[in-house]
Ligand binder design. Structure first.
Ligand code: MN
Ligand code: MN
Length: 302
């Protein structure tokens, strides 16, 4: 990876880290509107000079893929465990990072600690030649030390321009995958740690979508949607962006057609199957003998 690209990643990484921390500290206060915070994060990415890849969150037993719709009045409550996941890019060069906060007092501070430890332990091992199972084992073992489990069917991933999950999964447990990290790979490591059984499933109404394959479409609603989200290319888009421009009815009709044609895929919220609480921490990095963790904020202790 050349110096210029590394500079771009460091720039989008520092924006992603800053917005993640600002969003997290807002969410940590009881009574904060989720929609307002996600809107704030999107605007903040732009103001800091980045392009929006996504601003998402998830609460308690949900692990990921929740982005409040324009009429969603949910707000943070004392004791909630809230994840925020921010993606920033420049011409497709991506930073992906996440963190978790507890609202007010919680007996689950050590759940967050276990997740931070898992991420730290995996990052410590990152270098060319390390095998994926080793990164998974390190994460699972840190979670177990504090009495928790990593979610086995969620994983980190390689990243490529405009592609968040670029094909290789970085497990959060020992899945025996002997694939070796290569110098210059762009990867995200993101343990999800839970007091449940350690599995998630899709549940609920999707607000996150992605264009899967380009194809001509007839209906004006579907066409309008593709026009609205064109700049995202293969990055996600969210429901409120569409409903605010097109209205709810036209958006629903267009999205239904696009999904029937397999042009657009929905990503419903991911929820822990046993109702366990879920915590997540995530950093993006470039694989080197000393990896460049480009989403680290100076106040991050992980
Ligand atoms: Mn993420
Ligand atoms: Mn990720």
């Amino acid at each position: 990876m050349d110096q210029e690209t590394i500079k771009i990643l460091q720039k989008v990484g520092s924006i992603a880290a800053q917005v993640r921390r600002e969003g997290a500290s807002k969410l940590a206060k009881p009574g904060t509107s989720f929609l307002e915070v996600m809107d704030y994060c999107e605007q903040r990415i732009l103001n800091l000079g980045g392009q929006i890849a996504w601003a998402q969150m998830a609460v308690n037993d949900a692990a990921a893929h929740y982005c409040p719709a324009e009429d969603d009045s949910s707000a943070s409550k004392e004791g909630d465990i809230i994840k925020i996941d921010i993606g920033v890019h420049q011409d497709g060069w991506l930073a992906d990072n996440g963190m978790t906060v507890v609202v007010g007092k919680s007996e689950y501070n050590d759940l967050l600690k276990a997740t931070q430890n898992a991420l730290k332990a995996a990052i410590k091992l990152v270098r060319p030649g390390v095998q994926l199972w080793e990164l998974g084992e390190a994460q699972a073992s840190e979670a177990e030390t504090l009495g928790y489990k990593t979610v086995r069917n969620l994983s980190g991933h390689t990243i490529e321009p405009y592609v968040v999950h670029a094909g290789i999964s970085i497990p959060a447990y020992n899945n025996k995958d002997k694939t070796e990290l290569q110098e210059g790979w762009q990867i995200a490591i993101e343990p999800f740690v839970t007091n449940g059984v350690g599995l998630i499933k899709e549940k609920g109404i999707p607000t996150v979508f992605m264009v899967e394959k380009e194809r001509g479409v007839r209906s004006p609603y579907a066409r309008n949607i593709l026009q609205q989200v064109k700049a995202q290319k293969t990055l996600p888009f969210t429901l409120k962006w569409l409903t605010r421009k097109m209205g709810k009815g036209a958006t629903a009709l267009g999205l239904r057609e696009l999904q029937q044609l397999d042009v657009v895929r929905s990503y419903p919220p991911l929820v822990e199957v046993s109702g366990g609480l879920v915590s997540q921490f995530e950093h993006s990095m470039i694989v080197k003998d000393k990896p460049i963790v480009y989403t680290r904020h100076e106040e991050d202790e992980w």
